[in-house]
Design a protein around this ligand. Structure first.
Ligand code: ASP
Length: 348
């Protein structure tokens, strides 16, 4: 009799442990932003981002417990306009070691919305795993009436825990939509519907804690990326210059003099720039600086044989200048050859 009670107890414990283990393990890496922001009142526009800890944010969304076995790790607590290469490298190293050591099934990164697309794209090109990495944030601080952070976090954790989310590259979920890191961008400075993929559209959407996907990113990313940044302590310095009516060459010249390794031209229209800039590009190219032509226009992209036709300056077809900058940084960890850089821009 005693033996059978003991056996039943043992079975019960084993079953409840097994039940617990069927929940996917998700780790939230918190970096700050408005989702961790606080204001003096619930309706005012001004607030301080990056002040609430991840444990406190998780505590405001009890529903998360039913979705995943959850842990939060505070990586930093900053406004994302202050993002630094050291934090990108840290995020990469933490995610790589979590997945390599099978410590979790998915990662969520809470992040300020200003540079979320850049961190997402950097990780999309460097994290060589199929397990999901999902970024989210909010447009309203946590103290706001109708704050958007809690639902965005619920969607992000649900997406990272979903068996359908693997192998799709790094994703961003905001306001119920799922975007690919490849082409997501912030399109509105204040509205909760702030993100979009203006050229290609969202990957899908979240409903009732479940993703529905209707397209996938065909650019190379994550598990089939060629970029190996393990052991790197810094990234090549690449800057962006904006083109506009009668732009001078002063900024570009200063960048070349300062020794940057690459510059992305956010050209006018189809990636165009004026004669002063063209002269400066020749001068910089001869000194080993590498240039990529992009555009300040949000849709349409840049083709090689447009008005400014010079194959030594690769083109970034659909990437925004801020994404082209990240791809050029990573390309320059491998090569300085324009043809090879163009090949990379065609594949990623
Ligand atoms: N400036 C904030 C940030 O990027 C804005 C936000 O999170 O929405 O950290």
């Amino acid at each position: 009799m005693k033996r059978s009670i003991f056996l039943s107890l043992f079975l019960l414990t084993a079953l409840s442990l097994a039940a617990q283990q069927t929940k996917p393990r998700v780790i939230i890496l918190a970096t700050g932003g408005t989702i961790a922001g606080s204001a003096a009142g619930s309706t005012q526009a001004s607030y301080t981002p990056g002040v609430i800890s991840i444990d406190n944010i998780i505590a405001t969304v009890p529903d998360l417990k039913s979705v995943a076995d959850l842990k939060g790790i505070q990586i930093c607590n900053i406004s994302s306009q202050n993002m630094e290469p050291a934090i990108w490298l840290r995020l990469f190293n933490v995610i790589d070691s979590l997945f390599s050591n099978n410590l979790c099934d998915g990662v969520v990164i809470t992040h300020g919305t200003d540079t979320m697309e850049e961190t997402a794209y950097f990780l999309n090109l460097t994290v060589k795993h199929r397990r999901p990495v999902v970024l989210t944030g909010s447009m309203r601080p946590s103290t706001s009436l109708s704050a958007d952070g809690p639902f965005n976090l619920f969607n992000a954790v649900s997406l990272a825990a979903s068996p359908q989310a693997g192998g799709r590259g790094v994703m961003v979920t905001m306001n119920d939509y799922i975007f690919s890191a490849d082409d997501v961008t912030k399109l509105n400075t204040v509205n909760t519907m702030a993100f979009g993929s203006p050229n290609l559209g969202p990957l899908g959407y979240m409903r009732d804690g479940k993703p529905t996907f209707y397209r996938e990113s065909l650019s190379k990313h994550t598990f089939n990326s060629e970029f190996d940044i393990k052991g790197l302590n810094s990234l090549p310095e690449v800057e962006i210059i904006l083109s506009y009516a009668f732009a001078s060459n002063i900024a570009l010249k200063a960048l070349i003099d300062a020794g940057v390794k690459g510059v992305v031209i956010a050209g006018v229209g189809h990636g165009n720039y004026n004669r002063d800039i063209a002269g400066e590009l020749e001068w910089g190219y001869a000194r080993g600086v590498r240039f990529v032509r992009s555009t300040r226009i949000v849709t349409g992209g840049v083709d090689m044989a447009a008005e400014e036709f010079d194959s030594k300056y690769p083109v970034s077809f659909l990437k925004s200048p801020q994404k082209a900058r990240i791809l050029l940084m990573l390309a320059l960890t491998k090569t300085n050859r324009s043809g090879e850089i163009q090949r990379i821009f065609e594949e990623y």
